[in-house]
Every structure is written in structure tokens, then in C-alpha cells.
Design a protein around this ligand. Structure first.
Ligand code: DAS
Length: 353
């Protein structure tokens, strides 16, 4: 009898000492599915025509039985949309659900399956609004599930490996596709078709996944997740911010339209170092004088839009986006406007996030 008690005490001790995870020590990962190409179905395995968001989360998981060897996963279908249709309300719903799940002791990490078109935006939004150090990983696919050499299954497997790795904690929201681990702040989709489409032109990737292990080579510098001041709890919408693209011969009509529609902020995706056509400049000044916040970003995929370069930001009370893309500058400005309308304070937030 004494021997049985000792055996039971040892088992209990082993379970208590086991790293976060199921009774078998595997990490417990929740998969939130939202649609996209990873769930896409095409008429043929070699053609490019397909419908995104056709398969449910259970079908995605059934296609990768190997996942059971690296994690204990449960699935949840949040949306079934192509990510070009993702909205601010969808982001707020995702942030609420992710925060709810990560607050639970029986969830060690989250993987979101998501369309690739706006994945970088959802990832950055969650990077600023998730209130946990637990791993949150977005993944997707450039080829539909029915395609010859579909990339979704291995991307999903790699994303689960990454979300279940203790060394992924505290690194902010991550994007994992094609064996590459990227940080939400700096990653962008750079090719319309390539499986190697996600790159981080200003910083490079954080690491890679191979042989069911994640290998980190660097860390991001900026604030995120548990260290972010932004809290969207209880919010059902965000201040509206639009993006106006810069080009030779641009006219002020689009800026004027956003002001007329009552937008709280405008990101100007300028040429070069965030430069603005002479015909557009007065419309931006006018908008600024009406209380609209103006961010100077650039249509160029790498390099910063620096403060007070060819444009006197101080005099015009413009915000320089630094090395945030226009689409990410828009997200940071929307969240900044939930905290402050002071352009100096907003510029500070752009320095930190
Ligand atoms: N339209 C794309 C999207 O849903 C499909 C994809 O690449 O995931 O983002």
C-alpha cells in the first residue's frame, strides 16, 4: 500500500512540474479560423481560380493529423470571410475573443487562420490590443487547400509549433508562413502570388521553423501586447482614419472627401520620404486646422518617413509615420485617437509602437 501512495505522489509531482500544457505536457492551443485561402476550394488542383473560406476549422485540422504530436488543439470558427472583407468591428471582436481565451489557464497560445491580403493589418491591430504575453500566431496560405502543393497544411503545423513554443512568449503577435516567423509590426505581404510573400523589409524576419521547432534569431524593439497602453475593451468602433495615395499630379479631391465625411485622421501615403504634391498640401493643412490628424507615410515599402525632412512637420503639426507602412500607420492612428488628440503625444506613440 505504501508503494502505491509513493507512486501516486511521484505522478502528481510530475504532472505539477510538467511545463504548461495538457496532462501529457503538450501545449494547449486554440485555433481561431476566419476564412481566407487556407480554407479555399478551387475547381482544379492546378488552376488559380478558387473560392476562399470554404472549409471549416475541423476540416483544416483533419488535413494535418501531425498537429496532435506537438499540441493539444481545439478549434473555433470565428468568421468565414476573405480577409479583404475584414472590418474594424471584426478586429474588435477578435481582440475581445483572444483576450478572453488567453486569460484562461487552460489556453497556452492561439493560432488564427486568416486571409493573407490583410493579415499584416489584423496582426498589427492585435499586436497593440492583446493583453497577454502568451503567443498569438497568424497563418494562412497563398494556395487553396485543393491546390497541388497547397502551402496551408504545413503553414498551420508550423504556426501551432510556434504558438506552443515557450520561447515565443513575450515576442508580440507573430505571422508564420513558408517556414518564416515574422513580427506583426514589420511584416508585409510583398507579392500577389508567391508563397514567400511575407517579408519585413526594414528589419528582416524574427526566425524560422524547421523540424517542428522554432528558431529565433532576433527580437522586435517596439512596445506591444501586455506592454501596450491601448485597451479596446468595451469599444464597438474606432475613430475613422483613411489613406490617400500620393503620385505625380495628385489633386486634393480625395483629402477633401475624407474631411467632408468626418474622418478623424488621414494617412498620406506619399512619394519618397513621405512627400506631398503641391496641389494636395493646402487641403491637408486645411484638414489639420479643422482638427483632423495628418500622418505622413510613404508608398515606398522600406525606409522611414522621417520627421521634418522636406516637410516641416513641427510647423504643420503633421505626424511622421517613421517606418510604419500606410496601412499600419492608419491602425496606430485609430488607436492613438482613442487616447489623445494632441499631435506631439501621437508622434511619441509613433516613436514607441
Ligand atoms: N483574398 C485572400 C484573403 O482572404 C485570400 C488569401 O490569400 O488568403 O486574404
Amino acid at each position: 500500500m505504501k508503494r502505491i501512495h509513493t507512486f501516486m505522489a511521484v505522478c502528481l509531482l510530475l504532472v505539477c512540474l510538467a511545463p504548461a500544457g495538457s496532462a501529457y505536457g503538450l501545449p494547449r492551443i486554440r485555433i481561431l479560423a476566419t476564412g481566407g485561402t487556407i480554407a479555399g476550394v478551387g475547381a482544379s488542383s492546378t488552376g488559380s481560380a478558387y473560392k476562399p473560406g470554404q472549409l471549416g476549422v475541423d476540416q483544416l485540422l483533419a488535413a494535418v493529423p501531425e498537429i496532435k504530436e506537438v499540441a493539444e488543439v481545439t478549434g473555433e470558427q470565428v468568421f468565414t470571410i476573405a480577409s479583404q472583407d475584414m472590418t474594424v468591428a471584426d478586429w474588435l471582436q477578435l481582440a475581445r475573443r483572444v483576450n478572453e481565451l488567453l486569460a484562461r489557464d487552460d489556453v497556452d497560445g492561439i493560432v488564427l487562420t486568416h486571409g493573407t491580403d490583410t493579415m499584416e493589418e489584423t496582426a498589427y491591430f492585435l499586436n497593440l490590443t492583446v493583453k497577454s504575453d502568451k503567443p498569438v500566431v497568424l497563418t494562412g496560405a497563398m494556395r487553396p487547400a485543393t491546390s497541388l502543393s497547397a502551402d496551408g497544411p504545413l503553414n498551420l503545423f508550423d504556426a501551432v509549433v510556434t504558438a506552443g513554443a515557450e520561447e515565443s512568449a513575450g515576442r508580440g503577435v507573430l505571422v508564420v508562413l513558408n517556414g518564416t516567423v515574422s513580427g506583426a509590426r514589420d511584416v508585409m505581404k510583398t507579392h500577389t502570388l508567391d508563397v514567400e510573400t511575407f517579408r519585413s523589409p526594414n528589419t528582416g524576419a524574427l526566425g524560422y521553423v524547421s523540424d517542428a521547432k522554432v528558431h529565433y534569431r532576433m527580437d522586435g524593439e517596439k512596445l506591444h501586447t501586455a506592454h501596450s497602453v491601448f485597451d479596446v475593451t468595451g469599444l464597438t468602433e474606432l475613430p475613422r482614419v483613411g489613406i490617400v495615395y500620393g503620385y505625380a499630379g495628385a489633386e486634393p479631391a480625395l483629402v477633401e472627401a475624407l474631411v467632408q465625411k468626418g474622418y478623424a485622421g488621414i494617412v498620406h501615403a506619399g512619394v519618397g520620404n513621405g512627400n506631398i504634391a503641391a496641389d494636395v498640401f493646402p487641403a491637408l493643412i486645411q484638414a489639420r486646422n479643422k482638427g483632423v490628424q495628418i500622418v505622413r507615410s510613404s508608398r515606398i515599402p522600406s525606409g522611414p518617413s522621417t520627421l521634418n525632412a522636406e516637410v516641416d512637420d513641427e510647423a504643420n503639426r503633421f505626424i511622421a509615420a517613421l517606418d510604419l507602412s500606410p496601412q499600419k500607420a492608419r491602425i496606430l492612428l485609430m488607436l492613438a485617437l482613442t487616447q489623445t488628440n494632441d499631435w506631439k503625444e501621437i508622434q511619441r506613440l509613433f516613436e514607441e509602437y
